[in-house]
Ligand binder design. Structure first.
Ligand code: AMP
Ligand code: GLY
Length: 426
């Protein structure tokens, strides 16, 4: 089989790494990929959002299966486009991806189906949203409806902050059209956990859970980032929580989407919070998470190509999907200055002598005359694997200490304790 993976982050490198272990694959393409994926397959210089060019490339290279990493192309309808042209593709259709691409849709969907989530409503009108705000207790959470690269959420501690956030979003349109609609919801407290299932629109795989760290600094200090590390499985995630998540959240969501004529096929990602009243949904995503993928795919005891191919064809794979009990810890190495301004083009050393039980997934890297150099804010996710979380952590950090590039930095407390709650927001 020939497989195309769309995207360029460490998530996509992890997907490519897992796929390259499949005996069914004889050619792997990435669009656009990075220096890490170049070692596993052929990088094609096509942006992940250029859907017509991606479809042309899939045809030109006789690709049998395309796997979509990021949400942008899913929300833009890449799956519909590929399907119309008879190209097999793994991921939800545009209508199904609304569960991530429109927070208003997701909120109203969860309210319709009794799926536990933060109490709240979606508004198209600034005046109505403002009126609703008057009746809410603080803190309150204001979310831009559309995709806003993780920046569209404000936790407002005071009424003035809430009003400012609403005004910025709906009147000033600081997130563009993504802010034409907003969701206003209650503030929830508890531990956050990212939970993933493969689904064919009717059946689902066992769940995989992971925690990620959003703030740039140790102890959850400083600004938010795309994610500075992750680990799986979380020490607090047990069978009772998995059963609750499946019965109260994942199954009703998959059934509800099917009943509403938007069957959801692909990976369903629940961003959940463990409140005193049980698990509640903070958001759904229509794809695998980054950096969670880097710590869950090493635990997948099944052929990812077989899973993706079966689901692209509308059904679950014949063989069972199993997540191993192995612990994985992923530490992100970033460019000095990230998430603010940073410089790139620095050579990365120490990538060759990885010890056992370690994998390095690239994100912001590229090849310059055969040398791997930095090319982005988040540069690498270094993953340690072991039978215990403590050992996986040691392995990840010993590898991190061997890798060097000018200005590079990382958090030292990944998997030491769970990320602080609500940690993404200052
Ligand atoms: P979202 O973009 O919806 O995932 O929100 C991003 C982050 O905002 C989450 O990971 C939480 O840390 C925080 N957050 C979102 N909604 C709430 C809420 N209702 N209560 C508390 N924190 C929230
Ligand atoms: N880890 C957060 C995300 O992938 O959206």
């Amino acid at each position: 089989m020939k497989v195309l993976v769309i995207g360029s982050g460490a998530r996509e490198h992890a997907i490519a790494w897992k796929i390259s272990q499949s005996t069914q694959v004889d050619a792997l393409f990435l669009a656009p990929g990075n220096a890490g994926t170049a070692a596993l397959g052929t990088n094609l210089p096509i942006e992940a959002t250029d859907i017509p060019a991606l479809a042309n490339a899939a045809r030109r290279h006789s690709v049998d299966l395309t796997i979509v990493g990021p949400e942008g192309p899913l929300a833009a309808g890449i799956v519909d486009w590929f399907q119309e042209q008879g190209l097999a593709v793994f991921g939800p259709t545009r209508a199904a991806a609304q569960i991530e691409a429109s927070k208003g849709f997701a909120k109203e969907f969860m309210n319709r189906h009794g799926i536990p989530c933060a109490q709240g409503m979606a508004f198209d009108s600034y005046r109505e949203a403002e009126r609703f705000l008057q009746r809410r207790e603080m803190p309150v959470v204001i979310k831009a409806d559309g995709l806003a690269a993780g920046k569209g959420v404000t936790v407002a501690l005071t009424r003035a902050e809430a009003e400012a956030a609403l005004d910025a979003c709906m009147n000033q349109r600081v997130f563009g059209e993504a802010g034409a609609r907003v969701v206003v919801e209650e503030f929830l407290e508890g531990r956050e956990v990212s939970v993933f299932a493969f689904t064919d629109g009717e059946h689902m795989s066992p769940l995989a859970a992971a925690c990620d760290y959003k703030r740039v600094g140790d102890g959850d200090q400083g600004p938010n980032t795309g994610g500075m590390g992750s680990y799986s499985p979380p020490e607090f995630w047990d069978n009772a929580l998995a059963t609750e998540a499946e019965a109260r959240i994942f199954r009703p969501t998959i059934e509800g989407m099917a009943r509403e004529g938007r069957p959801y096929r692909g990976v369903l990602y629940g961003g959940l919070i463990l409140t005193r009243q049980g698990l509640k949904v903070i958001e759904f995503n229509a794809r695998l998470g980054d950096p969670e993928t880097q710590v869950i795919l090493p635990r997948l005891e099944a052929d990812l190509v077989e899973i993706a191919q079966a689901i692209a064809g509308g059904e679950m794979p014949k063989t069972r999907i199993v997540w191993s009990g192995e612990a994985c810890v992923g530490v992100v190495m970033a460019s000095g200055g990230y998430p603010g301004d940073y410089s790139t083009g620095f050579p990365i050393s120490g990538l060759d002598d990885m010890g056992g039980g370690c994998i390095v997934f690239h994100s912001g890297t590229r090849l310059r005359e055969g040398e791997v150099v930095t090319s982005g804010g988040r540069v690498l996710t270094v993953v340690g694997r072991a039978s215990s979380l403590a050992q996986a952590r040691d392995r990840a950090y010993s590898a991190v200490e061997r890798i060097r590039f000018q200005g590079g930095f990382y958090r030292r407390d990944i998997a030491l304790r769970p990320a602080a709650v609500g940690a993404r927001y200052s």
